[in-house]
Design a protein. Structure first.
Length: 125
């Protein structure tokens, strides 16, 4: 997949494609991918999305890819918490300062699309 963006308008872009995880895999990985403050939103997402953890995992991967040029360091899944969503977007809040450019409280939006057995997420910052 190729993407073209206006470099003067964005600092980074992240794309991720994931095949849906099995229910068992989603259950097994949930404690590693979610932080406490996003549990309520995650449960609500589960009512409208058949593979909510796959979606959140992919979104957080896109966030990492988009923010890495501004952070220049590894950060884990706990660094972004799901705070709201609709049928095409997820909004996350950064839970700790990652660099001078990416401070705690920064909000990022991830767009997503579902396909037959996979999904695509995209984050531009």
């Amino acid at each position: 997949m190729a993407v073209v963006i206006d470099a003067s308008a964005y600092k980074g872009i992240g794309l991720d494609i994931e095949h849906f995880m099995s229910d068992k895999r989603e259950h097994d990985l949930q404690k590693h991918l979610l932080c406490e403050q996003e549990q309520t939103q995650f449960k609500l997402l589960g009512h409208v999305c058949s593979h909510p953890l796959t979606l959140v995992f992919s979104a957080k991967e896109s966030i990492f890819k988009a923010l890495y040029p501004s952070v220049n360091a590894f950060f884990g899944f706990e660094a972004a918490a799901l705070i709201e969503f609709n049928n095409t977007q997820l909004r996350f809040e950064i839970t700790k300062s990652l660099s001078d450019l990416v401070q705690k409280g920064t909000q990022v939006t991830v767009h997503y699309q579902h396909f037959e057995n996979w999904l695509l997420t995209e984050c531009c910052v």
